[in-house]
Design a protein around this ligand. Sequence first.
Ligand code: FMN
Length: 232
Amino acid sequence: MKITIIHGQSHEGSTCMVARELADKVGGEIREFFLPRDFSMPCLGCYTCFKTDLTHCPHYKELKPLVEAILEADLLILESPVYVYHATGQMMSFLDHFGTWWVVHRPLAEMSRKQAVAISTAAGGGMKSTARDMADSLEMWGIRKVYRLGFGVQALKPDEIPQRILKSIHRKTDRLAKRIRANDGKRGCNGRAKTWFTLMRFAHKHFPPMEPDYSYWEKRGWHGGNRPWRSV
Ligand SMILES: Cc1cc2nc3c(=O)[nH]c(=O)nc-3n(C[C@H](O)[C@H](O)[C@H](O)COP(=O)(O)O)c2cc1C
């Protein structure tokens, strides 16, 4: 299985440790990127991607290796430590670049054969909101299956994590790795993205066309009977 990990920080702490443990247990070819070390630009709000496409983004040269690794992956892992109850600023800045991939704009059909995991660790609280920050994008990109994994590690670095929490990390990563392996190679769309696809399809048919989104859908037959999760 091809696995891409995007780390929401540039150091190898507790969250990195959990992400690597899961990836190792799933097994396969693993590629890793660290933010902001491997991509540090905030979205400029120029709307170039919405008016044309992502390849015209002023940051595309720097973004391209990460985009390619995401597109090649069977399993995508986004991870972030909890910083003031949310994902790190650099993770959010990175995700801002993919607005056009959301199912309400121009979703990529290949997302329907991928699985993804949003991982967060906190000293005590904010794991859910942080995992959600990343899962929002993963789900709205139309990734077939999106899992969330959060741990309150009661620590500021990995060697301070209490044994019983480490055990829980080992147990939960074991279980999730098994599920991911069992679901490999399947195709589909998560329920949230499917609902938004249906709503947008209705909007396209009943309101003035928004370009270039409308033509993108038309070309792929999505206004007719075809669907992104059937066409790859
Ligand atoms: C700027 C900053 C903000 C933080 N905010 C929170 C927080 O809101 N809630 C919490 O429980 N821990 C918070 N922490 C602690 C980390 O989330 C926690 O130690 C995490 O496991 C660190 O992961 P890492 O080793 O991958 O960096 C914060 C740490 C930093 C540096």
